[in-house]
Ligand binder design. Structure first.
Ligand code: FES
Length: 141
């Protein structure tokens, strides 16, 4: 399979891997296509995402897209993070092979799940802000 240099770089040297023990929001999602899992940790101050870490049992493409996605939302506002799409992440990586596109959805969904968790902890209904993040069960087709 042909991966871009950027994908290989983020796969072999992923950024922001790990956990944040005192995270303000944690999201865990599963991939319907392969069953792989992604966990995302966010540290939020005011409306800014000051730190982000991820852990995954996903494949190399999932590692690379999560690494890039975390780089793209770190230091940004919640609003900007909510607008991040897997397409934008793939573009930043110079593309993914078509059979690997589904892997890039994990990072986007995990960020949304972590933001939902953040709002829930504040006693705010995340639905109108974040939209629906499919539950794990829904995604096993
Ligand atoms: Fe499961 Fe890529 S094959 S995330």
């Amino acid at each position: 399979m042909n991966y871009s240099e950027k994908v290989m770089d983020h796969f072999t040297n992923p950024r922001n891997v790990g956990e944040i023990p005192d995270a303000d929001g944690i999201g865990e999602v599963g991939n319907a296509k392969c069953g792989d899992i992604m966990k995302m940790y966010l540290k939020i101050e005011g409306t800014t995402i000051t730190d982000v870490k991820f852990k995954t049992f996903g494949c190399g493409a999932a590692v690379a897209t999560s690494s890039m996605a975390t780089e793209m939302i770190k230091g940004r506002s919640i609003e900007e993070a909510l607008q991040l799409t897997n397409k934008a992440v793939m573009e930043a990586l110079d593309g993914l092979p078509p059979v690997k596109v589904h892997c890039s959805v994990l990072a986007e969904q995990a960020i949304k799940a972590a933001l939902s968790d953040y709002y829930r902890r504040q006693g705010i209904d995340p639905g109108p802000i974040v939209g629906t993040v499919p539950e794990c069960e829904d995604r096993h087709e």
